[in-house]
Design a protein around this ligand. Structure first.
Ligand SMILES: NC(=O)c1ccc[n+]([C@@H]2O[C@H](COP(=O)([O-])OP(=O)(O)OC[C@H]3O[C@@H](n4cnc5c(N)ncnc54)[C@H](OP(=O)(O)O)[C@@H]3O)[C@@H](O)[C@H]2O)c1
Length: 332
């Protein structure tokens, strides 16, 4: 299912051409592979995560895996004398604490990043929760809406000056699940109804539609940065599904169901990261003609739902978000 080879993307030597990226939730699932590839392409990567143990463990695993791949590539080259890897340098990986369920934590993480860095080449809003029971955060938002969309909105707006300085790229991880929003639902609709098993998907769809709308709006307002949204594919073995597979008794049923879906429609976690990697690094993408576009599995250009594509709805979502953040003391 791999649609392109990440080896065809540019490699940077951090000594001469420093590149900086942020990956939210880079410690697991497809975020893990996204960090791995950026690191192997010479990027200084910041993982914005909520748990230092998990991020440190992932960082150790990623650096070990990168070394292993480098050694095996070297051995292959010695054997068949093919490509040249002299121009490949590892970057480095750092951690900044950011709990997306807490706007103050997001603001604090941005301030910390701005103190450390003057540039941001790629911002990947990857973290998410999916299909959880109804819950309101301490900021007063539905949990999925805040984690997946609103906190990423705040984070992006705070880091926008740094992205603009480098003519950087913004990549928002949406999902095919956004198509469940069949018509534009008012943003304060929280779908707090039973059964959760159905209405939780509506909440997820709203958050992921909002992310696509956000991508479109910010690309129009800032044509000097490249803003893209993505459906990465179906990866049923990431932690995104763990709430359902860990349920007592019925969890086994969900696990089996997800394995079947994965067998027919799924891709590996690494394949799931390829759309993000392509959008982050490919020199084929053009600021004039590709800005605001939506890509799916493997980095193939695709079309989001009618609702996600509608600019009037996107503008309404944008205005709603600015007002909601302002009401909570976060001026955009
Ligand atoms: N898997 C799929 O089939 C699929 C399909 C379509 C779209 N996607 C999208 O792809 C992206 C990556 O998903 P994945 O499958 O790789 O999921 P995953 O393995 O569960 O990764 C999600 C990441 O988000 C982080 N996160 C969750 N809540 C957070 C919070 N409050 N603050 C900070 N970080 C938080 C998690 O951190 P912890 O480790 O600390 O929990 C984890 O690192 C998501 O945007 C998802 O919606 C996935």
């Amino acid at each position: 299912m791999v649609r392109f080879d990440p080896d065809t993307l540019p490699y940077y030597n951090p000594e001469f051409e420093r590149k900086v990226a942020i990956v939210t939730g880079g410690n697991s699932g497809i975020g893990w592979y996204t960090v791995l590839h950026l690191y192997m392409h010479g990027f200084t990567v910041y993982i914005f995560g909520r748990n230092s143990n998990r991020v440190n463990k992932a960082t150790n695993e990623i650096t070990t895996e990168a070394k292993r791949r480098y050694i095996s590539l070297n051995a292959k080259i010695k054997k068949d004398g093919t490509p040249n890897i002299e121009n490949r340098y590892m970057g480095n990986i750092n951690y900044i604490h950011a709990d997306l369920a807490d706007l103050k934590s997001v603001e604090h993480a941005c301030k910390k990043f701005i103190k450390l860095e003057h540039q941001l080449d790629v911002l990947i809003n990857n973290a998410a929760v999916m299909a959880l029971p109804y819950e309101i955060t301490k900021d007063g938002f539905e949990l999925q809406m805040q984690t997946d969309y609103i906190s990423h909105f705040l984070l992006t707006m705070r880091l926008l000056p740094l992205l603009k300085r480098t003519n950087g790229r913004l990549i928002n991880l949406s999902s095919l699940g956004h198509i469940l929003e069949l018509w534009y639902w008012p943003m304060n609709q929280t779908w707090n109804f039973k059964p959760n098993m159905i209405f939780t998907w509506f909440r997820y769809a709203m958050a992921k539609t909002a992310l696509i709308q956000f991508t479109k709006m910010i690309s129009i307002k800032n044509p000097d940065i490249l803003c893209l949204s993505i459906h990465p594919g179906l990866m049923m073995n990431t932690n995104l599904f763990s709430y359902w597979t860990r349920l007592p008794i019925v969890g086994i049923f969900f696990w089996a169901l997800f394995q079947i879906v994965s067998y027919f429609f799924g891709v590996s976690n690494e394949e799931g990261s390829l759309a993000t990697i392509r959008c982050a690094l490919s020199e084929d993408l053009c600021y004039e003609s590709d800005n605001g576009k939506y890509f799916s599995t493997g980095g193939v250009e695709s079309r989001p739902s009618y609702v996600a594509n509608n600019l009037d709805d996107a503008a309404s979502t944008w205005i709603w978000t600015i007002h909601q953040l302002r009401d909570r003391g976060f001026e955009i």
